[in-house]
Design a protein around this ligand. Structure first.
Ligand code: NAD
Ligand code: TYD
Length: 350
């Protein structure tokens, strides 16, 4: 039986990856290590929590001694590393958490894996999940490829870039069996409502302003989270060691166009008059260092492993809206308490 450690499995993308692996691979033992920060929520995994091939471990990847002891105890064969501080705005107001978790935490995992594997790397794998934001910002044309030079601008993307470099360094220096993927913006169920889509769905439903940064002209590439999880499954099993794979939806949207589309869907779902939700759009002070455009060339992954996005975006967006509307209790739970303080601090002065 293979033992796989998935870090950050109680978060947005991690919970989809854990669910996929627990369901698809009954002969793997899946360990989900998560600190349960504000972004981690075991509610995201209710449907699989009692499965015999699933174990949850609460713990902090920044605690090196704890991580070493954990690896010694369980002798993991593979690691899929998603745990991170993940929100750009929070990295602007509090960079240090990003340095500790994203950089120190990643190195702690690399060190612990290296120690137990002791240079015998057959059937072992350390898979680091990263973001397209490490590549910086594009102008009106062009795409990020796997050889685009790193040029991060936010403390979040700089911390992820740093962790990517360290993973590569452990491959090149110590021969560690690593693989990395860099994905574009994900959307779908269980995303914490600090990120654009769940935040705006929540605000529209509650008739609150929709804070659009700057002029709303920034462009992101959007991918349905289950498509990302499928790519992770493929890369974990068949990705070439030492390689990087870009993952993207080939689905660029200018923020304001995306928000207008979302407003139309919400009017429809909530039985509102056409144009009613769009009245909530409020232009606010831009994010500092706001990257203009992200666009991913995922042709390497498509060619090498036969992956492609499965959903038409409009279909995925509607599915996502339906999920948040049907899971109001989940949204209410995660937006109670701490969230209110964050929201006030983040948007009050804009
Ligand atoms: P998320 O913020 O929803 O979840 C992060 C999870 O990590 C949470 O469950 C949290 O409790 C856990 N965590 C945080 N600090 C920890 C620590 N010190 N020790 C143990 N656990 C800790 O993030 P997400 O959006 O699911 O992103 C997951 C990964 O995918 C991240 O590495 C992120 O950089 C990457 N990524 C995200 C996107 C996106 O659009 N969300 C796109 C590309 C890549
Ligand atoms: P976000 O979901 O934070 O993802 P990222 O910054 O990692 O791409 O933001 C997506 C886009 O939406 C980004 O260009 C910033 C913008 N945005 C707003 O205009 N208002 C908001 O309140 C938020 C959270 C984001």
């Amino acid at each position: 039986m293979k033992k796989i450690l998935i870090t950050g499995g109680a978060g947005f993308i991690g919970s989809h990856v854990v669910r996929l692996f627990v369901n698809k691979y009954p002969d793997y033992q899946i360990y989900n290590l998560d600190k349960l920060t504000y972004a981690g929520n075991l509610e995201n995994l209710k449907d699989i929590e009692s499965r015999s091939n699933y174990t949850f471990i609460r713990g902090d990847i920044v605690d090196g001694e704890f991580i070493q002891a954990l690896f010694k105890r369980h002798q993991f064969d593979g690691v899929i590393h998603l745990a991170a501080e993940s929100h750009v705005d929070r990295s602007i107001s509090n960079p240090m958490e990003f340095i500790y978790t994203n950089i120190v935490g990643t190195v702690n995992l690399l060190n612990a894996a290296r120690e137990i594997w002791n240079e015998i790397y057959s059937n072992k794998r350390f898979y680091h999940i990263s973001t397209d934001e490490v590549y910086g910002s594009l102008g009106d044309s062009g795409f990020f490829t796997e050889s685009t030079p790193y040029d991060p601008h936010s403390p979040y993307s700089a911390s992820k870039a740093s962790s990517d470099h360290l993973v590569r360094a452990y491959h090149d220096t110590f021969g560690m069996p690593t693989v990395i993927s860099n994905c574009s913006n994900n959307y779908g169920p269980f995303q914490f409502p600090e990120k654009l889509l769940p935040l705006f769905i929540h605000n529209i439903r509650n008739n609150r302003p929709l804070p659009v940064y700057g002029k709303g002209l920034n462009i992101r590439d959007w991918l349905y989270v289950e498509d990302h999880a499928r790519a992770i499954d493929l890369i974990y099993h068949d990705g070439k060691l030492g390689n990087t794979y870009n993952i993207g939806g080939n689905n660029e949207w200018k923020n304001i166009d995306l928000i207008t589309k979302l407003c139309e869907i919400m009017d429809n779902k909530l039985g509102r008059q056409k144009g009613e939700s769009a009245k909530l759009i409020t232009y606010v002070k831009d994010r500092a260092g706001h990257d203009l455009r992200y666009a991913i060339d995922s042709s390497k992954l498509q060619r090498a492993l036969g992956w492609e996005p499965s959903l038409v975006f409009e279909e995925g967006l509607e599915k996502t809206v339906d999920w948040y509307l049907a899971n109001q209790e989940w949204l209410d739970n995660v937006t109670s308490g701490e969230y209110q303080k964050y929201y006030t601090a983040q948007y009050a002065e804009r």
